[in-house]
Design a protein around this ligand. Structure first.
Ligand code: ATR
Length: 292
């Protein structure tokens, strides 16, 4: 345990969600605050669905500087905020709140963090053919920012919830006046769309611990030249990423998105450039401890 001093001047940030005990965010942010030698503290709060409004009222009352928002509150938190960043408004989900003297503003750094992770690897979405697997919360954030940056999108979701994929695709098509296709997630459609794809993003939970032997894409459909981004970060190297690597594809790990969404939140709360390298090391250390 670090022996740091908490004083009357310490600014408090935190994360609300349920469950929360396995979150990597407290370790990542506290390490970043310490590295930058700023008097901030980051704490986890387990907040049940029905207590969300009270938790946000508490943020105001206690003058908490910033909050990260995670499952299941990213959509439900919106009515309790004063202002929304335009991208968060379009996506319809918030993962970061900044409290400026009692005015609460919501952002979506899942989207900007995903984009930053791509750009960091030298991948520019403009004009690229991108295939997104899944149509849940993470897919929404990713699809909107990619459409905004001029990528061509195909969204695949399992039959069960195909309506969601269609709704998402049609909303994006309307807003950006460009065609977005929605298809059922199956091997035949995957083979068809991956033929033309530059980048494929797994935004489903397939392959996430404890189901680490699952993969959303059969290995035979992976090829050199394809960029495979798996937003699952637990395990750090999913079966999809291992098979993509073996097929000669370029891979980007969900750890990158985890780190960048945190780094961009850090910058909003502190006004400082985030120590991204350290935050990545801290995330990997925490995830490895979790894996063992
Ligand atoms: P998140 O916030 O991480 O995006 P989510 O909103 O629950 O979480 O979305 C999870 C996504 O993974 C959904 O698209 C889900 O598909 P459904 O909409 O059909 O539920 C997808 N998903 C989860 N398990 C899956 C599986 N076994 N096969 C295919 N897709 C799966």
């Amino acid at each position: 345990m670090r022996n740091r001093v908490i004083s009357g001047k310490t600014r408090v940030c935190g994360i609300i969600g349920d469950p929360i005990e396995h979150s990597m965010s407290p370790a990542i942010h506290n390490a970043a605050f310490e590295k930058m030698e700023i008097d901030y503290l980051y704490v986890p709060f387990r907040v049940k669905k029905e207590a969300l409004g009270k938790a946000i009222a508490g943020m105001r009352a206690l003058n908490i500087r910033g909050l990260s928002i995670t499952i299941p509150h990213k959509v439900a938190v919106i009515p309790f905020l004063d202002e929304l960043d335009p991208l968060a408004e379009r996506i319809g989900a918030v993962n970061t709140i900044v409290n400026d003297d009692g005015v609460l503003r919501g952002y979506n750094t899942d989207a900007t963090g995903f984009l930053q992770a791509l750009l960091e690897r030298g991948v520019k979405p403009e004009g690229k053919n991108m295939v997104i697997l899944g149509a849940g919360g993470a897919s929404r954030a990713i699809s909107f920012i990619l459409a905004e940056r001029g990528a061509h999108l195909v969204i695949l979701n399992r039959l069960l919830e195909l309506d969601w994929a269609e709704e998402l695709a049609s909303r994006i098509s309307q807003i950006f006046t460009k065609e977005v296709e929605a298809l059922e997630l199956n091997e035949e459609n995957l083979a068809k769309v991956l033929e033309k794809a530059d980048i494929v993003v797994n935004a489903t939970s397939v392959g996430m611990s404890p189901n680490i032997d699952e993969t959303p894409i059969p290995a035979k459909l992976l090829k050199p030249g394809l960029i495979v981004f798996d937003i699952v970060y637990n395990p750090i190297k999913t079966r999809l990423l291992r098979e993509a690597e073996a097929a000669g594809a370029k891979t980007i790990s969900g750890v990158d998105m985890l780190v960048w969404q945190g780094a961009l939140a850090f910058e909003k709360w502190t006004g400082l450039k985030a120590p991204v390298k350290l935050m990545r090391e801290e995330a990997i250390k925490g995830l490895q401890e979790h894996e063992n």
